[in-house]
Design a protein around this ligand. Structure first.
Ligand SMILES: Cc1ncc(COP(=O)(O)O)c(C=O)c1O
Length: 382
């Protein structure tokens, strides 16, 4: 299918009619086990932890959308990150963006570090800092760009060149951009990771995650992780993500248009300080965003001073819901310091640039005029 363009892939990759019935939607195979055709022979599936026909369809779609060799669906974004590092061994070293999703830091510090794997957090917006952190034992550079919630970018191509010169793999958490707006593998990354909970599913009705590898060895590695660790996505959730993918290009267009409009509105508001949105010319990495991304997305964060002001603002919103998560059709607002990044210590939060007055917005696909009016009245209440 690689000859097709993006929207065609979103509708058709992995989503061909069912050969048996002609159903145009992917059948949901709820079977845990499959009849064998003999000793050591089967029809392609034997047990759903190792492989499931509905999951296969989603994994095909994910690989096509990211331009990868193979896709692997996990039970959550966190399960995908756990799967990414599961093959590492004691003595190995990971270089990780210092402002990744706090759940990634929690997993690395509270579990992975105890397996004798060293993790070093660096400011990956500076490729030289990545180069300086690399050790002879470094096996993986894991970056998240744009970062959550500070919207700081890391240069995927520059980091891949530095890492590859030393034979080290680069993985990119592409959740904030979605495959519609950023193609890390085309920029040189080896592995892409997603929380499908966000833009891929797009409707806030399922938790899921994915790894997309660029080489045959990744397929072997992540199939083994799925089979051995078992944190795979269930067939019905796979179906929901597949259904979300079909409308993703359209949704992202609207997300984008609204994101830009809201960012422009907030950039002129007197109560807003420190607005972070890569699509504004005043963003220090605007040029990198233009070069690396196919759009600017619909995530942004801004500061309105003290924690009490943030509380009043969130309480006054009528259309935006005060909730964690992102990438769904509905607009969400959240207080990063006490929600997504509550797992960090005060020092870690300060180092990541997450302040008490910071609000993160995930802009949905409603009418942008209504979203701006809602923000206006909530800011007036501050
Ligand atoms: C950038 C990013 N990566 C990973 C995750 C974890 O994904 P999940 O909640 O699906 O486990 C999240 C969740 O918010 C996220 O925002």
């Amino acid at each position: 299918m690689s000859q097709y363009r993006y929207s065609t892939l979103a509708v058709h990759a992995g989503q061909h009619p069912d050969p048996q019935t002609g159903a145009v939607n992917v059948p949901v195979y709820l079977s845990s086990t499959f009849e064998l055709t003999g000793i050591g022979t089967d029809r392609g599936w034997d047990y759903s932890r190792a492989g499931n026909p509905t999951r296969d369809r989603l994994e095909t779609a994910l690989a096509a959308l990211e331009g990868g060799f193979s896709g692997h669906a996990f039970a959550s974004g966190m399960a995908a990150i756990a799967g990414l590092v599961a093959p590492l061994r004691a003595g190995d070293h990971i270089v990780c963006s210092h402002n990744v999703y706090a759940g990634t830091v929690r997993l690395f510090n509270q579990f992975i570090a105890h397996y004798g794997i060293a993790i070093e957090y660096v400011d990956t917006s500076c490729p030289d800092a990545v180069a300086a952190a690399i050790r002879p034992t470094t096996k993986l550079v894991h970056i998240e760009t744009p970062s959550n919630p500070t919207m700081v970018l890391s240069d995927i191509r520059a980091i891949a060149e530095i890492a590859h010169a030393k034979g080290i793999e680069v993985s990119v958490d592409n959740t904030f951009m979605s495959p519609a707006l950023q193609s890390p593998i085309a920029l040189g990354a080896d592995i892409v990771m997603h929380s499908t909970t966000k833009y891929l599913n797009g409707h806030s009705d399922g938790i899921g995650g994915a790894l997309i590898g660029s080489k045959p060895e990744h397929k072997e590695r992540f199939l083994l992780v799925q089979k051995a660790v078992g944190a795979v996505l269930g067939p019905f959730d796979c179906y929901l993500v597949l259904r979300g993918i079909r409308t993703m290009p359209l949704r992202i267009k609207q997300h984008e248009e609204n994101g830009r409009a809201v960012a422009e509105y907030l950039s002129t508001h007197s109560k807003v300080t420190r607005l972070a949105y890569p699509g504004l010319k005043c963003h220090p990495q605007y040029e990198l965003a233009l070069r690396q991304q196919k759009g600017f997305g619909s995530m942004l964060s801004f500061d309105i001073g003290a924690r009490a002001a943030a509380g009043r603002f969130l309480g006054a919103l009528k259309i935006f819901t005060n909730a964690e998560s992102l990438g769904g059709v509905e607009s969400l607002a959240s207080h990063s310091a006490t929600t997504t990044h509550a797992a960090l210590s005060d020092e870690e939060r300060a180092a990541a640039g997450i302040t008490d007055g910071m609000i993160r917005l995930s802009i949905g696909i409603e009418d942008k005029e209504d979203l701006i009016a809602d923000l206006e009245q909530a800011l007036a209440a501050v």
